[in-house]
Each structure stands twice: as structure tokens, then as C-alpha cells.
Design a protein around this ligand. Structure first.
Ligand SMILES: [Fe+2]
Ligand SMILES: [Fe+2]
Length: 160
């Protein structure tokens, strides 16, 4: 018998789409930044794009390991045009807050269904979202600190 319930499988398939969509949104911001020669910001968002695809893969691996079935739904279009840098940072912050809510929803379902394996697996995402939210807030904090000057901010945006 599969360790994953039908409800959890469906919810995780939906989350795969959300993670891929997150990556796609960040790729759009990365391209926007690249067009403006904000190379460090572009590199940072490109790294986020790849990380989101890794998040999707974590769900895929879990579903398969617990006897479920992965579905790949449509991601949809994302913007590659933004009015300014601040708007792109806001999108990232709001998007991460949205994903945190989704992860919490999955965890609530796992508790409801007493799916201990899922509870355990989802803890990684709970921690990851603390980091993701803190990093995106940090982007805005440093942007404001440097007087919202794109060139200066991008220049100092040296990150791993
Ligand atoms: Fe993610
Ligand atoms: Fe994220």
C-alpha cells in the first residue's frame, strides 16, 4: 500500500507546479535585471530559479518513493517586464509569503491524515521558508539602506 494518500499526492502535485512557477517568476526577474546590466541581481535571481526547481524535484522524489504518481501541470506565463527594481523585490517577498502559506497547508493536511512521513519531509520546507523569507526581506532592506540606487545596490550584491 502506498505511504502517500491520494489527497497528499494531489496537494503535492499542485505544490510541484507552485515551485516550478516560483522558479519561472524568478527567471523572469533575472532576465529583467540582466537587460539592465544588473549582473549580480540577475545572478542572484537565477540561483533562486534553480533552487525552486530543486524544491520541485524534492516533491517529485518523495511522491515516487512513497508510491504516488507525479503529474506535471501547466505553469503559465510570468512577467519579464517590471516598472522598477523595488517592484521585483516586492514580487519576490510576496511570492515567498504565498509559498510559506502553501507549505503550512500541506503540513496541516499531513497532520490531519496522520502522514508522519510527509510531516517529516515537510519540516525541511518549513525551515527553508524561514530562510527564503528572510533573504527576500534582506533584499528590500539593503535596497532601502542604499537609497534605492540600482547601480550601488547591484554592485554590493555579492552573494554565494
Ligand atoms: Fe521553493
Ligand atoms: Fe522560494
Amino acid at each position: 500500500m502506498a505511504l502517500i494518500s491520494k489527497e497528499m499526492n494531489d496537494a503535492m502535485n499542485a505544490q510541484i507546479t507552485e515551485e516550478l512557477k516560483s522558479g519561472y517568476v524568478y527567471l523572469g526577474i533575472s532576465l529583467w535585471a540582466e537587460e539592465r546590466s544588473m549582473h549580480n541581481y540577475a545572478a542572484w535571481m537565477r540561483k533562486q530559479f534553480k533552487e525552486e526547481y530543486e524544491h520541485a524535484e524534492r516533491f517529485m522524489k518523495y511522491i515516487i518513493a512513497t508510491g504516488g504518481h507525479v503529474e506535471l501541470k501547466a505553469i503559465g506565463e510570468v512577467p519579464t517586464v517590471y516598472p522598477n527594481t523595488e517592484a521585483t523585490i516586492k514580487v519576490t517577498i510576496e511570492h515567498e509569503e504565498f509559498i510559506t502559506k502553501k507549505i503550512r497547508g500541506l503540513l496541516e493536511l499531513a497532520h490531519e491524515k496522520k502522514e508522519y512521513e510527509a510531516i517529516n519531509m515537510l519540516q525541511w520546507f518549513v525551515n527553508e521558508q524561514i530562510e527564503e523569507e528572510s533573504q527576500s526581506n534582506e533584499l528590500m532592506a539593503t535596497y532601502e539602506l542604499q537609497g534605492k540606487k540600482d547601480g550601488l545596490w547591484d554592485h554590493h550584491l555579492h552573494r554565494e
